[in-house]
Design a protein around this ligand. Structure first.
Ligand code: NAD
Length: 295
């Protein structure tokens, strides 16, 4: 299948490589010359612009993996954007994490000119992108989902149709808001227990066989040495950065404002990660938020 891929960063590059490995014919574009050179070495054809990809003959699918909403808007809607020149019928898949309103707005513009567009944000991080085990949360028409599914299966393991346009982003922001909150709650509980005299491993063992158990306590415990494979046990390096969590909590609180839905704990969590980031910790794994609780 002939595929265009735009946005070859930490996530996009390994995802594109997995499509090449699966035998697809990839034409790629990124603003970074280094990113393009690496994909050329992996077997992709390199393009000079977004417009060149959109204009390519026989293109069947275009995938984008960009930093944030403003990049998605410009790559699709600008004068030299995808929608200006893409042929009718080409399936458009945006895997970036952006706000649901923008996802819906761009998908509507695509539909108005004869292209199905899906929002398909991912979870699983760079490790999942390398291993091809991402989860895709997909919003958009079922017909588009059915066309995209075999392709997404080359980059991920769990591909879920979440409903209409924007719903992939809704699922992503709801999950990540819960994760951000649960990490802070776990950090507080662990810090309280340890400062009152408990051994952190014994405390985690109790929590993880009791009603306080959650992913943050069991798989990704923020207390160093409790889970050997968690970022906490390697100085909070690798994993999912504070600034990426902050971005997702910002999307959640913005979406909540739009829906007039209170997200009290989500907003508090956003402020705590903001405080932590402003202290110079934005690049650490988000579980390092436990350092705010240290006496
Ligand atoms: P990144 O910053 O590493 O990569 C983004 C790439 O987009 C860069 O290479 C940049 O040059 C390119 N780009 C920006 N504007 C462009 C334009 N106009 N034309 C062409 N290329 C352009 O980001 P990432 O970590 O790969 O994340 C991508 C998306 O995936 C984000 O929305 C992020 O929130 C989401 N996400 C990231 C992770 C993670 O662990 N990194 C996990 C899940 C979801």
């Amino acid at each position: 299948m002939k595929i265009g891929f735009i946005g070859l960063g930490n996530m996009g590059a390994p995802m594109a490589r997995n499509l090449i490995k699966a035998g697809h014919d990839l034409t790629v574009f990124d603003l970074s010359a280094d990113a393009l050179a690496q994909l050329r070495d992996a077997g992709a054809q390199v393009s000079k612009s977004v417009a060149e990809i959109a204009n390519s003959a026989n293109m069947e699918v275009i995938i984008t993996m960009l930093p944030a909403s403003q990049h998605v808007k410009s790559v699709y809607l600008n004068q030299d954007g995808i929608l200006k020149s893409v042929a009718k019928g080409v399936l458009l898949i945006d895997c970036s994490t952006i706000d649901p309103q923008t996802a819906r707005e761009v998908a509507k513009a695509a539909k108005d000119q004869g292209n199905t567009m899906l929002d398909a944000p991912v979870s699983g991080g760079t490790g999942g992108a390398e291993a091809g085990t991402l989860t895709f949360m997909v919003g958009g028409e079922k017909e588009g989902f059915d066309r995209a599914q075999p392709l997404l299966a080359k980059m991920g393991k769990n591909i879920v149709h979440c409903g209409g346009s924007g719903n992939g982003q809704v699922a992503k922001v709801a999950n990540n808001m819960l994760l951000g909150i649960s990490m802070i709650a776990t950090a507080e509980a662990m810090s309280l227990g340890v400062s009152l005299g408990m051994d952190p491993k014994v405390l985690a063992g109790i929590i993880n066989t009791s009603s306080g158990r959650c992913w943050s306590s069991e798989i990704y415990n923020p207390y160093p040495g409790v889970v050997e494979t968690a970022p906490a046990s390697r100085g909070y390096t690798g994993g999912f950065g504070v600034d990426l969590m902050l971005k997702d909590l910002g999307l959640a609180t913005e979406a909540a404002k739009f829906a007039k839905q209170p997200v009290v704990l989500g907003a508090v969590a956003q402020q705590l990660y903001q405080l932590f980031s402003s202290q110079g910790s934005g690049k650490l794994d988000f579980s390092a938020i436990i350092n705010l609780h240290k006496n």
